[in-house]
Unconditional design. Structure first.
Length: 226
């Protein structure tokens, strides 16, 4: 039996679907684009909150923020802010275009963590923790696909992903996983704490985003044929 690589692992672009805005930087985006942007960001935030609630490990970028705080004595929150600024600075050579999605990314995800995270279940059972972490990775990927397809500007990390994909022409899944693994290595060496959920997120978020984009594009194509 010859094993065939899943097609979604070869996805190299963010598809343009019926809710995609014509351009990212606009003061009058289509309402449907804004709707899908907000829904996608809410799901994205929920997925990351589930990972935290699982207790199986924080996201790779939080590991890096932990490591940076160990070296500088900054708070994790301030370290996260500085890292976001550094990533946005990296957008310049990548020629990434911001939009309202770039701003709403930070606002909505912060609100989700503030108000939804305390309501999420926590478990002592390791299998339940892994299940919650897995759900977090899948939901984060699906939410990321929804809001990226809206084409109203990616968040700092997603913009880094799409920018690097464009200049390398590597599949989105590979690029995102490569970024997350690099972040884990740097963060761990600086003193950040890596858990099983952290590794799951690093290896799973790229395929989850790419797979969600592939699925959404296929569903949209079928609807157009009806």
């Amino acid at each position: 039996m010859i094993f065939k690589k899943p097609k979604f692992l070869s996805v190299k672009r963010v598809p343009k679907l019926f809710w995609s805005a014509p351009k990212a930087l606009t003061i009058s985006p289509p309402p449907i684009s804004v709707l899908f942007l907000i829904v996608g960001l809410l799901l994205f935030g929920l997925g990351e909150a589930l990972l935290v609630a699982s207790g199986a490990g924080v996201s790779p970028w939080t590991v890096l923020a932990q490591g940076l705080s160990q070296v500088t004595n900054w708070s994790i929150g301030f370290s996260t802010f500085i890292l976001s600024f550094i990533v946005l600075f990296c957008w310049i050579p990548l020629k990434q275009i911001p939009g309202i999605g770039t701003i709403l990314n930070a606002i909505i995800i912060s609100l989700v963590f503030e108000y939804i995270l305390p309501l999420l279940p926590t478990f002592d059972n390791p299998l339940a923790q892994l299940a919650e972490a897995t759900a977090g990775v899948l939901i984060t990927g699906f939410g990321g696909a929804l809001y990226l397809i809206s084409n109203l500007g990616p968040g700092p990390r997603d913009g880094l992903m799409t920018g690097l994909q464009r200049i390398t022409n590597f599949p989105i899944a590979w690029v995102r996983s490569g970024i997350e693994l690099t972040v884990i290595i740097i963060g761990w060496n600086l003193g950040g704490i890596v858990g099983v959920g952290t590794i799951m997120f690093a290896f799973g978020i790229g395929p989850s985003v790419a797979g969600s984009m592939y699925l959404l594009e296929k569903i949209a194509a079928k609807e157009l044929k009806k």
